[in-house]
Design a protein around this ligand. Sequence first.
Ligand SMILES: Cc1cc2nc3c(=O)[nH]c(=O)nc-3n(C[C@H](O)[C@H](O)[C@H](O)COP(=O)(O)OP(=O)(O)OC[C@H]3O[C@@H](n4cnc5c(N)ncnc54)[C@H](O)[C@@H]3O)c2cc1C
Ligand code: FES
Length: 365
Amino acid sequence: MTTDQSVSRRFNVTLTQAGVTLASDGSETILDLAQRNDIDYPCGCESGVCGACKSVLLQGQVEMLPHSPLALSDADRQRGMVLACRAMARADIEIAWLDADDPPPPQPRRRMMLTVTAVDRLTHDIVRIRLAQPEDDPFQFTSGQSANLCIEGLPSRPYSMASQSSDPYVEFHVRKVPGGRLSTYLFDKLSTGDAIEIDGPFGASYLRAAHDGPIICLAGGSGLAPVLSVLTAALRQIPDRAAILLHGVRDEADVYYEREVAMLQVTYPTLRAATVLSRCGAGSRSRLYGNLADVLEAFDLPVANAKAYLAGPPIMVETCMSKLHALKVERENCHADAFVQASTDSAIDAVADGVERLAVILDQG
Ligand SMILES: Cc1cc2nc3c(=O)[nH]c(=O)nc-3n(C[C@H](O)[C@H](O)[C@H](O)COP(=O)(O)OP(=O)(O)OC[C@H]3O[C@@H](n4cnc5c(N)ncnc54)[C@H](O)[C@@H]3O)c2cc1C
Ligand code: FES
């Protein structure tokens, strides 16, 4: 699908669902071309990470810019899929976005200036940020979605909403990444009363409202944010459904929101939840020990007609998806947000390296 043809000519780009053909000189991505022409192409991170713009190339050739293998796998590529945010036309093409499975209610992506109402440290490196939800014009989203947080002079980054759209605040859990520009600012400097711009919502790992089976929620670190939002919404919708929540962290110092989860279990007794510590040996009977993927087999998951929602570090997401697949939860029933910032090619390379290392580990294991 990649060619080295010159980009000096004009190509016709036909967008199937939009029913239009646009002219491209091949210097911009299909997503940029669509957006420049006011077409609402499905998208999320716009940087080859989330997979929300995954599309089928029905005809022609494109050149793909670097992207995360979690957003578009080799198997996807072999099936003729591309990422619109990373693909540039190299011939006349026809391309169709994937019709969303059980799409969320339409909520146009927009930018809003919101006021910080609370900044609370939940652990030594995770901060909870609450923004006031305007009563007359709330920021609408579906549980599991993300939004970019934008502060002047700093790069904007996606973070997942931990709250419900109907809550009086919009909540985020941000882990301070060592050397990270925005997360360090949010952790160290953000204060109550500050204004912050929010740009969203987006993302493909939103709660599938039509699904009424069991749900398996797997979160690594601050990945608890979207997973908790999905879990809460799913239980409110069907209070007696089978539900699992496993929260993987390194050690005791990283554990947070146990009380909130315990309260959810009181309201919804079918919810089984556990904290999984990866860096300490067995000790407390209320904990599981190991990597999240390691404990799945022992946890007696309700896999029949189940959907899984995953969020956290890319390696955790990929190892858990592989294990779920082995346990007969198909990939199309796994909705995942891998927390990686891929605004630079080196970040994408880092994910690719990680996934390759993981493949080696799985091969050997
Ligand atoms: C869809 C989506 C949703 C996300 N939701 C959340 C969320 O709810 N909570 C949350 O804490 N984070 C979340 N993230 C990650 C977040 O967007 C940022 O990547 C992260 O906060 C780092 O940004 P930064 O500007 O501080 O770091 P940068 O200045 O971009 O990076 C500094 C260094 O850290 C490395 N790095 C970047 N991100 C990470 C990371 N996540 N882990 C380890 N190293 C990293 C970079 O490669 C670089 O070397 C999400 C990411 C995506 C794609
Ligand atoms: S919008 Fe293209 S991968 Fe996220």
